[in-house]
Structure formats: C-alpha cells, structure tokens
Design a protein around this ligand. Structure first.
Ligand code: XMP
Ligand code: MG
Length: 184
C-alpha cells in the first residue's frame, strides 16, 4: 500500500518507509554489538509487532530464536488500562535466556511494564525492550527501554503493524488518519 491507495483516509505521513528502514539498520547494528556472542530469544508482541519483528531480525547477525506473545489490555477503544490478559503465551522456557521484547509502540507504558514484570518472573538471564515507536507525552509509567526507533507526538497512528479497527497494518509507513475515518 502506498499513500495514494488511501485516498483521503490519510491525514499525513509521519515516518516514511525510508526513514523506518534507515532506523532499523541503526537499531540492528546496536543490538548486534550489545549481544555479540550471545543467543537471543526475540519475543514479538502480536499483532502490532509483526512488521518490526520481521524487518529487525532479518538485519541481525546475532543468533536468534523467535517466539510470540499476544496480550490484550482490557479497556475500551484506543486507551490502555494496564490490566493485561495473556491471549497467547510463549512456547519457550525463559530460564537463563537473553530475552529481547519487540514492540510496535509504547503509549502509556502500562502494557509493557506489566509484560516486563511477567517475563522477568520467569528466570531469564536478561530482558530488554526494543520498540519502533514511543509516545513520551503519553507515558503513565516509566519503562526502561533499551532500543527506541522513534519518539513521536501523542497522536493515534497507524501503519507498519499498527491498526485502526484491524486495518492499515500493511502500510509500509506510519501515518495519521483523517478525522472522518474515526467518525464513519
Ligand atoms: P500502552 O498504553 O499500554 O499501549 O503502552 C500499548 C498498546 O496500545 C496500542 N496503541 C496504539 N495502536 N496506534 C495504534 O494502532 C496508536 O497510536 C497506539 N497507541 C497505543 C498498541 O496495541 C500498543 O501495543
Ligand atoms: Mg491495536
């Protein structure tokens, strides 16, 4: 999909495919340097992290295994409540593992701070977080994030894995939607 495919549903492009790719190269280089000589279990958080997970791990030289979790934050609409339910758990035992959580976006930080505590309780050697996007102005809890793609304004964004009503995940860029999309 490109911006033209979206007609007047697209308000504006926040991060282009090129910007995302350049940043992914930098993050992969940093991750390779930090985990040199180690095996890493990369944990993608479904569904939003599918794109960043796929694009990031393909850039790594580090030996990785991939696993997935699906969680849902109770609460309505576009706001996270911090009460998290596991919809799909990991298949992998975390004892002694170097775990790298890959996320699409950190908004309030509530989901991730819950996830971090949950995975840390399973006996891993280390747990770090990589997120493509972060909204610093929306933070409700401090989460120590090792790798951040971009800090973005506190607006609802779609694309590159992020959805509105399950749509727009397949945009190769990150953008905002025109108001009429939400009111339709
Ligand atoms: P918290 O607030 O717990 O939320 O950090 C993280 C989850 O909320 C979703 N989220 C978004 N989804 N556009 C989206 O499509 C956004 O701008 C946005 N902000 C938060 C997302 O599922 C994320 O994992
Ligand atoms: Mg969503």
């Amino acid at each position: 999909m490109n911006p033209a495919d979206m007609g007047d549903d697209l308000e504006r492009v926040l991060l282009s495919e090129e910007q995302i790719n350049t940043r992914l190269d930098e993050l992969a280089e940093q991750i390779d340097a930090d985990y040199a000589g180690k095996d890493v279990l990369v944990v993608g958080v479904l569904k939003g992290a599918v794109m960043v997970m796929a694009d990031l791990v393909r850039r790594l030289h580090t030996s990785v295994e991939m696993d997935w979790m699906a969680v849902s934050s109770y609460g309505s609409g576009t706001k996270s409540s911090g009460v998290v339910r596991i919809l799909k758990d990991l298949d992998t035992d975390l004892i002694g593992r170097h775990v790298l959580i890959v996320e699409d976006i950190i908004d309030s930080g509530l989901t991730l701070s819950w996830l971090l505590a949950n995975l840390r309780s399973r006996g891993p050697e280390s747990v770090e977080i990589a997120t493509m996007l972060r909204k610093p102005d929306a933070a409700k809890v401090e989460v120590d994030v090792r790798y951040v793609g971009f800090d973005i304004p506190n607006e609802f964004v779609v694309g590159y894995g992020l959805d509105y009503a399950e749509k727009y995940r397949n945009l190769p860029f990150v953008g905002t939607l025109a108001p009429h999309v939400y009111s339709a």
